[in-house]
Design a protein around this ligand. Structure first.
Ligand code: MSP
Length: 469
């Protein structure tokens, strides 16, 4: 049995879950479910990032203590994922004392390995990104991704990590095109060119941020929130029961905004701690909403709840997977989602399933044993969900629709062998489509399988009710 450990980023809890977080989480869920369907032993990890200045500021704004604030807002993510039928195996919170213990031990290993030293840090820091910025990152004197007041000048004594020591090894890993150390290709080359510029050591502790894990050898400082957060992937395997053998991770899934942290900083930390490295890192692109970056000030943030209210869990999962920004930013919008839902799910798949179930009522059609098609598997392993789904439509659903209209089985008597043969083709096409789409729309696939197992029965309710535009 193969093991498969897949992770999503752990999301900052100061924000409410939006469609960006949802897209990474749904994509990870599709892969986790697909691997389980193939018989792999899967560990699917997601969670929340709860330390750092950003969270501390959000708590202060609401007049809550830090712990109260975290306990109030962290469950929003877990609840959203449950409503979307996300099959995570563990939900990690960085304020879990078991995680904090692993982080402390990890840092101590890096320290004992001689990779930590004290120095003064001075520079611009973006609280929104929770990272130091270079002069060249600034636009009009502040971080272009966050409001101006989030960029602050910091000058303090910090502990530094010898990141530069590991850069030659990271370059070698990144240059090796035989592996998916970083994929897709465009993201690999971006990191490679950044690696070849002058990479400096990084500060890994904070003097004045109290909301964090104390640095083990110097309790006057707290561990930089990113160091603490990245270790979640490893810590979960250490403290969750029976998960030790899952390290190293098979796939870290995230977006381009945090690829440097995952492909360079995290790997260097692991090398320093002498632990095995994750096998693959996939960095997808971003959703744009009607052509614009999603932002609170523009008021165009789409929440998973909004999608659930309109499309249900299955419709939402389908639309997200279909529009997944694997390689380039992808423009989405509610109006387009409605059209796509009606076209693909209500009018095409849903309608076809109802028609075939009705025509095949009371028949018993021999069941086939299905395997995954190579082109479908290849598309999925490249996270090309759009292509994978289109293959299912082209090869099974659309062909069945065409055949149904050409064959016109309703003109023949129910027991006519020709009609039974026609139904055999249609029913098995739909069973196969359900088999392939199971990881994307698990509940609907199950309803299709149930309708077409044993004596065929019509569906009680439409699979995907049409949405009035
Ligand atoms: N807490 C850190 C991650 C630590 S992981 C050890 C963080 N959190 S975050 O809440 O800002 O989440 C960032 C991630 O959310 C992105 O990498 C991506 O997975 C997802 N997305 C956020 N906005 C997005 C879009 N507009 N489009 C697609 N995904 C986006 O960074």
């Amino acid at each position: 049995m193969n093991k498969f450990f897949i992770s999503t980023p752990i999301y900052y809890i100061n924000d409410i879950p939006h469609i960006g977080h949802t897209c990474t989480t749904v994509a990870a869920d599709v892969l986790a479910r697909y691997h389980r369907q193939k018989g792999d032993n899967v560990f699917f990890l997601t969670g929340t990032d709860e330390h750092g200045q950003k969270v501390a500021e959000a708590a202060a704004k609401e007049g809550l203590t830090l712990k109260e604030f975290c306990d109030k807002v962290a469950p929003r993510f877990e609840e959203a994922w449950n409503k979307l039928n996300i099959s995570f195996d563990f939900f990690i919170r960085t304020t879990d004392p078991r995680h904090e213990k692993v982080v402390s031990d990890f840092l101590q290993r890096i320290y004992d390995n001689g990779d930590v030293y004290k120095a003064k840090y001075e520079g611009w820091y973006c609280v929104g990104c929770e990272k130091f910025l270079m002069e060249s990152d600034l636009v009009d004197g502040h971080c272009p991704l966050h409001p101006p007041e989030k960029t602050v000048w910091k000058s303090e004594d910090n502990w530094f990590f010898r990141l530069s020591k590991y850069i030659p090894e990271i370059i070698k890993l990144t240059e090796n095109t035989e592996t998916n150390y970083i994929f897709p290709e465009g993201k690999r080359t971006e990191i490679l060119s950044k690696l070849k510029s002058d990479v400096k050591d990084i500060s890994i502790s904070r003097e004045k941020v109290e909301w964090g894990i104390p640095t083990p050898w110097d309790k006057t400082q707290t561990i930089y929130v990113w160091f603490d957060a990245l270790i979640n992937y490893y810590s979960a395997t250490q403290f969750v029961e029976n998960k030790k053998e899952f390290w190293p991770a098979d796939l870290h899934l995230l977006a381009k905004d945090i690829l440097w942290f995952h492909s360079v900083i995290w790997q260097s930390m692991l090398m320093s701690a002498q632990l095995p490295l994750p096998k693959e890192i996939f960095a997808h692109s971003f959703y744009l909403v009607d052509g614009q970056k999603m932002s609170k000030s523009l008021g165009n943030v789409i929440s998973p709840q909004q999608l659930l209210d309109t499309f249900g869990a299955e419709g939402t999962r389908y639309l997200i997977t279909r529009s997944f920004p694997a390689f380039n930013d992808s423009d989405i919008g509610i109006a387009r989602f409605k059209e796509q839902y009606n076209a693909d799910l209500a009018n095409n798949l849903g309608n076809l399933v109802s028609r075939v179930a009705k025509l095949a009522e009371d028949l018993e059609i021999k069941e086939e044993n299905f395997v995954f098609d190579n082109d479908f598997e290849k598309a999925l392993s490249n996270l090309n969900f759009d292509e994978a789904i289109q293959l299912v439509f082209t090869n099974y659903i659309n062909t069945a629709n065409v055949r149904l209209n050409l064959d016109t089985p309703w003109k023949l008597e129910k027991n006519n062998p020709k009609r039974i043969e026609q139904m055999d083709y249609l029913v098995n096409n739909l069973r196969k489509a359900a088999f392939l789409l199971k990881s994307v729309i698990p509940e609907s696939s199950k309803r299709i399988e149930d309708a077409f197992t044993g004596i065929i029965k019509p569906l009680e309710k439409p699979l995907f009710p049409r949405i009035i535009l």
